[in-house]
Design a protein around this ligand. Structure first.
Ligand SMILES: [Zn+2]
Length: 323
């Protein structure tokens, strides 16, 4: 009994001590400044839709720009000038097709694993889809089908922080994409030449084509690499563009991504093929929207600056094949 009562006193003392210490610790915890939780950095996206729209309009001002035309060549010169002014190193890949000079333009910046972002800058020789049969031999202005993709790339060249790029980035302007089903020509001639002649192919390729329509809708293009495609569409959803980058099956197209896919490069085509003015004389720059260009441009800006490719490189390497 006595022994137990001593134990009771000891236990009570201990309890009081523990409680007191606990209280002090609790009060102290509040008093000591705690480290701020590291905030998730908000991506700072500076791609400007209005600026991209002006870059598209400038291309339309050159007039129709089919491969081999004086206007097409001047457009190429102007593109090279924009890229060099923005601090990119520029090379060209030139050859002849059907008696016409063809010129792909390649701008490089950054270091490490190369990722290619491409668009064609030539416009189709003839408006063979025009509702007016008398206009079907007239060359198109290519506001959406030509100028929009090249404008997105040029605005990217301006806004990307080339010192901070986690990858090497190649901005590639393809020539001779758009003369398929015309005698002496084919689709994707410039990209085919480049894909076949590159000593070291890029680790991945993202193509943008017909991305400026005001009524924008970007479902999955079905010849695109599924994993790379899902990653880009999911990033677009994170940026709030899930209603436009629609993760549902869309068309399967022949475009500048195929020659790279055939060389084993995971390649994706971001394209809005639901465009009523496709290959008509009405494909003019007034059909473009700054907001549409901005959505695509900002997805690419975020993708490149956040080094998203690194996250899936191991899986891409597993599926990569070499031909
Ligand atoms: Zn076209």
């Amino acid at each position: 009994m006595k022994r137990q009562s001593i134990n009771f006193v000891q236990i009570s003392t201990l309890l009081v001590l523990v409680l007191a210490l606990g209280y002090l610790a609790w009060v102290g915890y509040g008093a000591i400044p705690q480290p701020e939780p590291t905030p998730t950095p908000e991506p700072v996206l500076v791609f400007e839709g209005e600026s991209a729209l002006a870059l598209a309009e400038k291309q339309c001002d050159f007039g129709p720009r089919p491969t081999g035309s004086a206007a097409g060549w001047s457009t190429g010169d102007w593109i090279i000038e924009q890229l060099e002014t923005a601090g990119w190193s520029v090379e060209t890949d030139e050859f002849e097709w059907n008696g016409a000079p063809v010129r792909n333009i390649i701008a490089r910046a950054g270091e490490g694993v190369p990722i290619l972002v491409g668009a064609h800058y030539d416009t189709r020789l003839v408006a063979d889809q025009d509702p007016d049969p008398t206009l079907r031999n007239v060359p198109i202005l290519g506001g959406n089908d030509g100028a929009s993709g090249a404008a997105v790339l040029l605005e990217l060249a301006r806004v990307l922080d080339v010192e901070a790029l986690p990858n090497q980035v190649w901005l590639v302007f393809f020539d001779a994409e758009d003369n398929g089903r015309i005698e002496g020509w084919d689709w994707a001639l410039g990209s085919t030449h480049l894909a076949e002649n590159l000593e070291t192919p890029p680790a991945a390729m993202i193509l943008v084509d017909m991305v400026g329509d005001a009524n924008q809708s970007l479902p999955y293009e079905m010849n695109s690499h599924p994993l790379l495609r899902e990653q880009i569409w999911s990033l677009a959803a994170d940026l709030g563009y899930g209603d436009v980058f629609i993760p549902e099956p869309g068309p399967a197209l022949t475009d500048d991504h195929l020659p790279f896919a055939q060389r084993g490069v995971p390649a994706v085509d971001i394209i809005d093929f639901d465009y009523p003015f496709w290959h008509t004389t009405s494909d003019t720059c007034d059909k473009l929207s700054a907001d549409s260009l901005a959505r695509v441009g900002r997805v690419l800006e975020a993708y490149l600056e956040q080094g998203k490719l690194q996250e899936i490189l191991p899986q891409l390497d597993e599926t990569r094949h070499v031909e």
